[in-house]
Design a protein. Structure first.
Length: 699
């Protein structure tokens, strides 16, 4: 049945059109002012919005409302209240007040707080974010909110994200005014996250404890076919996948999520979805919803959507590309090179600010994407390495070189430009080849940060990116602020030149997957923070604490709490993985090895009983192989258990994480080797779990 997509789109969103039609004119204007300028919202306006929201929600079948928030996990949280309000005569009315819209008080005690709050201080607050639209899901009105503790510390990802957008706005507007662009009143950051995922059959999934508990396979021999034929990327969609994607698009569209591009990815059973970009906080909310809806729609199709960064060994894992730019309220993309020299100056200042930001805070950017899952992906010859660097492409690199050396820049169409103090170069939108290996690539009119893992919230990397760029712009403004107008061009040129010289080490246009790059990066003094426990201590370094506290993204206490939450999360993830692996080996794989050996032994003795001098050398050979694998697994399993217990016993959180990373993870890898070797010998009828072949080629 043909659907009217424009009508369907946003039908479950309390969007501008609904607001305008439902709110009294003055109330609508006041709300728009709050949304656009972040001004305080008066209670009478809140009351009016609450009534309109409730009416609209009820018309659309809602019975409940919830403040929807993003605690320091990768998930969202919600607590539903119905609209009913007893009138005292056994009847009810459907009620919702401005106070209930603006503020909620969920119990905060069972969310990660990183020691910010003792559990007896249970009270937490949620506060409405009017810049991200409310929506209806499962007959409930969802109100996007920020989440903080009783004493006002942020316990979520939205609060620091909004703070980072504020500081970037402030510093971007400031430099634009200094550069003479006085009309701009507001700069927001924009994000378009491309989301990768795997689809597997639900019945097979249910037989894999590792997928159920850890989201990734902990054992599993490679299937005879992997991704080597390069036949999946952009390949024809199988009917079941196509049906899933179709349903998914419609569910997302209803929620006003502009799902745009979908295709098969490199690995078998791997796919991607990309929306049209949006303001950062809306894009973050939408990405959280997208991940949730992906799983829900998969269930309807008897499939499971895997969002783990590395569900399968030996084939690509899943990431998330964070396309990022800055946009003025006058509609100008600040990372668009533009057509005139004036636009170019502005562009170059912002470009160079991003380069400086990424170089100065490469460690923080690395940390913003660090977790146990992503450790398996970064640097694994399929994703960018753990070293942060920037790809600019040939043309822009030439432009910067020209500025650095006070030379002429000749663009591709051979227009010669004096790029001395007077005129900055005019060049075309960069259209050089793509570089897939770069963690941070300029792609024409935006940057694409490619280190993000597929399951994580995109809030963290954007908090860091916004703040680091805000700091670079702040320093630029400080330097240019008191320069008289007639000297401005020369001063800007000098600033660009100095910044390029100081930060060009972060620019790398070559192949980021090679060992030479690792050596070269070390020579350049770039960070190579390979694992999460390697990276996390830098979170709370003096330099980074200064950045994050000065821009009021985190208080010191908030920052330390995040550091702890990340470490705790790492440790818990590895603990669950170690326990799951031990259980599968002990209770599933070893018994199946024994069962198979029994069959073989029986076969051998049966053979002998019928034909006494018959050869049983194949049975004997198989028995020997299985026995040696059984012995190896038994021994390695004990080591895993001992090392897990040792790590668990460690009091210091960082040391504990390191023990997990160095010892437990290594034990798991070793154990996996014999497990996978055994799997290859055991018939599928005895194997307790479906193989890679079944999982990856079942849909
Ligand atoms: P690819 O990287 O695969 O070539 P596209 O060029 O289509 O993909 O863009 C990828 C993502 O970048 C999309 O989600 C798109 O909306 C987003 N994007 C485009 N322009 C911007 C921008 N100015 N700011 C943020 N994201 C953007
Ligand atoms: Mg991309």
């Amino acid at each position: 049945m043909a659907q009217n997509i424009p009508e369907l789109y946003g039908s479950l969103v309390f969007n501008d059109k609904i607001m305008r039609s439902k709110l009294p004119k003055d109330m609508y204007k006041a709300l728009r002012k709050t949304i656009e300028n972040g001004t305080h919202l008066e209670l009478d306006v809140a009351n009016s919005v609450a009534v309109a929201m409730k009416e609209w929600a009820i018309e659309n079948g809602a019975t409940h409302y919830t403040h929807w928030f993003q605690p320091m996990t990768n998930f969202t949280a919600e607590k539903h209240d119905s609209f009913i309000s007893p009138t005292g005569d056994g009847q009810i009315i459907m009620d919702f007040s401005g106070k209930e819209l603006v503020k909620g008080e969920p119990d905060a005690s069972s969310f990660p707080s990183g020691g910010l709050r003792a559990t007896f201080e249970a009270r937490g607050y949620t506060a409405w974010d009017p810049t991200s639209p409310a929506f209806i899901k499962d007959r409930t009105l969802y109100i996007p909110t920020a989440f903080c503790s009783y004493s006002g510390e942020a316990l979520d990802k939205k609060t620091p994200l909004l703070r980072s957008m504020d500081t970037l706005n402030k510093q971007a507007v400031r430099i634009l005014h200094i550069l003479g662009n006085k009309e701009v009143r507001h700069v927001s950051t924009t994000v378009g996250p491309e989301q990768e995922y795997f689809l597997v059959d639900r019945d097979l999934y249910k037989k894999r404890k590792d997928l159920i508990f850890c989201g990734r396979t902990l054992i599993g021999a490679p299937a005879p076919k992997g991704q080597e034929m390069e036949d999946h990327y952009f390949g024809t969609l199988k009917p079941r996948v196509a049906a899933y994607m179709h349903d998914l698009d419609e569910e997302l569209w209803k929620l006003g999520i502009p799902a745009k591009t979908k295709h098969n990815e490199v690995a078998p059973a791997q796919h991607e979805l990309a929306p049209v970009f949006d303001t950062t906080n809306v894009a973050v909310d939408h990405n959280q919803l997208t991940m949730e809806i992906m799983k829900k729609v998969a269930a309807k199709h008897n499939m499971v959507c895997l969002l783990h960064e590395k569900p399968f060994e030996g084939i690509n894992g899943s990431g998330k590309h964070n396309n990022w730019s800055m946009c003025t309220n006058t509609g100008v993309n600040l990372l668009d090179p533009g057509k005139t020299p004036a636009e170019n100056t502005q562009f170059l200042v912002f470009l160079v600010a991003v380069i400086k930001a990424v170089d100065d805070y490469a460690d923080l950017l690395r940390i913003s994407v660090a977790d146990a899952g992503n450790d398996h992906r970064l640097g694994a010859n399929e994703a960018p390495p753990a070293i942060v660097s920037i790809f600019l492409g040939d043309e822009l690199t030439e432009v910067l070189k020209a500025i650095e050396n006070d030379q002429y820049f000749s663009s591709h169409d051979a227009v010669q430009m004096d790029i001395g103090a007077k005129v900055l170069p005019h060049f075309l939108k960069d259209n050089t080849d793509r570089n897939r290996t770069s963690p941070f690539a300029f792609t024409g009119n935006k940057f694409e940060f490619r280190m993000l893992g597929s399951s994580a919230s995109v809030a963290n990397p954007n908090i860091i990116l916004n703040t680091a760029v805000a700091e670079a712009l702040r320093q630029f403004s400080d330097q240019l602020e008191n320069v008289p107008e007639e000297n401005m061009e020369a001063a800007v040129h000098k600033l660009l030149k100095e910044t390029i010289i100081a930060h060009k080490r972060i620019i790398f246009n070559g192949n980021g997957y090679t060992d030479e790059w690792v050596k070269e990066a070390e020579k350049r003094g770039l960070y190579n923070l390979v694992s999460t426990p390697d990276a996390l201590p830098y979170y709370i370094s003096e330099k980074n604490e200064k950045l994050l506290t000065e821009h009021k993204i985190f208080t010191k206490a908030e920052l330390y709490s995040r550091y702890e939450v990340k470490l705790e999360n790492y440790v818990k993830t590895l603990h669950i993985e170690a326990c799951t692996m031990a259980e599968i080996i002990q209770k599933e794989l070893l018994p199946s090895v024994t069962a198979y050996m029994e069959q073989i032994a029986q076969t051998a003795s049966l053979k002998k009983s019928v034909v006494p001098d018959i050869s049983v050398s194949s049975e004997a050979g198989l028995l020997k192989k299985l026995t040696s694998l059984e012995d190896a697994m038994t021994a390695d399993l004990e080591t895993l258990k001992t090392d897990t217990a040792k790590a668990e016993g460690c009091e210091d959180l960082l040391e504990k994480a390191k023990l997990y990373q160095k010892e437990v993870l290594a034990d798991m890898e070793k154990l996996r080797k014999s497990a996978d070797a055994a799997e290859l010998l055991i018939p599928e009828s005895i194997l307790p779990y479906p193989t890679y072949g079944a999982l990856l080629f079942s849909v």
